[in-house]
Ligand binder design. Structure first.
Ligand code: ASP
Ligand code: MG
Length: 441
């Protein structure tokens, strides 16, 4: 069994949905198909939520009507039969009635907000399943809310997901196509929740891991993970093969094509992940697996909106326990640290979640001296095989970027990553300079 995930743009137009129906059935192989919401829907639902929260009910209702119009015309192009169209209209009416009900709920809490944002995937999957039925495809809709569960720390509970899916699939041996929602799940209180923005990729790999799939395929509209950001650098190319470790670094450090958590369950269960392009289905794409290739420098990615914090020990030389105290502060505020550099008396760290920045600074000040944090920084991450015994790699990277001021450098944490911190204003120049220096023959 394979797991195939299609993102918002892949299901965003009726003709795209039709071509997906073709794609998932033509090889005759059984699969679980994970869908995102139609492109724009999740943002639209969040925007309705914003209006409700700011007490602008009329505005929320107008936004909901606008969105419903979009779905009404979508299904008129999708279904070919009266019966199909009626089935589609029934789904839309029911779910938009629910949106109305949520808009009118007071108080409108976190719970309502999460139910609202879940409707995108609930709509796309039901509409698609009704289309498959109209087309006579042997398919079944599996509600993700019946098996996808997270714990108090918002982490998926793998063993439970595995058990739930096994039970749900057991009575359906021989079924060709299962459809399910990406992104949405239930929390420990049994409420509707989600795996964070872009989380449908994560759903796919969680399911892939849970059923020990042959392969997880993430279908988007570009031809795999590129060696650099194609929006900023010209002549980038897709990377054919990446190891789990390399792909995880790239996804985490900014390659937008994949949700960063996606690699973990696939890697844990040894399930390969392939990135494919719906516009060019026969292209190879990018294969992410246990296997690593010996290409030295594979790719560059950039992560925006980074804040650097500079911390100096007041107890000066040879003090121990300092780093422990520093990291306890970040742990207390559940704020992940991305990059670290140290000297004997100082440590600099970067974070991308700044919700608790003031509190973190004030706790650190109790035992350390701080400089003003630098906001609007970018981590540039160079991924490849940087074996410990290999000479000349750092010089290549630094030489390529010699005209750009660098704030922090991290080398040697893993054999696959060199990270540099630069001010956002130098990002584009840095990516281009690295591209010229590292990829141009
Ligand atoms: N629909 C969700 C989002 O827009 C999840 C996803 O597309 O992966 O973030
Ligand atoms: Mg995505």
């Amino acid at each position: 069994m394979q797991v195939w995930k299609f993102g918002g743009t892949s299901v965003g137009k009726p003709e795209r949905m039709k071509s997906i129906r073709q794609l998932i059935t033509e090889d005759g192989q059984p699969k679980v198909v994970v869908l995102s919401a139609l492109s724009g829907t999740t943002n639209a639902l969040l925007s309705i939520t914003e209006s409700v929260i700011s007490n602008n009910i009329a505005e929320a209702e107008a936004k909901a009507t606008f969105l419903k119009d979009h779905y009404d015309s979508f299904i008129r192009e999708l279904y070919l039969t009266e019966k199909g169209l009626n089935a589609g209209q029934e789904i839309i009416n029911r779910e938009f009635d629910y949106i109305q009900k949520l808009i009118g709920t007071t108080p409108y809490s976190n719970k309502e907000e999460k139910e609202m944002v879940a409707l995108g995937e609930l709509l796309s999957t039901q509409i698609f399943e009704a289309y498959l039925q109209e087309e006579g495809v042997d398919s079944l809709l599996l509600p993700a809310l019946d098996f996808m569960v997270i714990d108090e720390d918002n982490e998926p509970i793998m063993w439970k997901i595995e058990k739930n899916i096994a039970e749900i699939l057991a009575p359906h041996k021989g079924k060709q196509i299962f459809i399910t929602q990406g992104f949405i799940c239930r929390n420990p209180s049994g409420e509707v929740d989600n795996l964070k923005r872009g989380g449908s990729d994560y759903t796919a790999s969680l399911i892939g891991g849970a059923i020990q799939a042959e392969e997880v395929q993430i279908w988007t509209d570009i031809d795999g993970m590129h060696n650099n950001d194609p929006r900023i650098v010209k002549n980038t190319f897709p990377i054919r093969e990446l190891s789990f470790a390399e792909a995880a670094e790239l996804a985490y450090f900014g390659a937008k094509i994949l949700h960063p958590s996606t690699i973990t369950p696939a890697k844990m269960k040894g399930v390969p992940v392939r990135l494919k392009n719906t516009m060019e289905p026969t292209a190879f794409g990018t294969l992410i697996s246990e296997k690593s290739t010996d290409i030295e420098i594979k790719a560059i990615a950039a992560k925006d909106n980074i804040t650097a914090i500079y911390i100096h020990s007041t107890r000066m030389l040879n003090a121990y326990g300092f780093l422990k105290r520093v990291f306890e502060v970040f742990e207390k505020y559940k704020t992940p640290v991305d990059m670290i550099t140290t000297s004997e008396v100082s440590v600099s760290v970067t974070i991308d979640q700044t919700t608790h920045l003031d509190a973190i600074m004030s706790d650190l000040r109790e035992f350390a001296e701080l400089e003003n944090p630098d906001k609007d920084q970018v981590i540039i991450c160079i991924v490849g095989n940087f074996w410990a015994d290999k000479e000349g790699i750092a010089i290549k990277v630094l030489d390529a970027i010699k005209s750009i001021p660098i704030r922090m450098i991290s080398y040697g944490a893993s054999e696959h990553n060199i990270s540099l911190l630069v001010d956002a204003k130098h990002k584009n120049d840095a990516l281009n300079a690295l591209n010229d220096g590292l990829f141009k023959k």
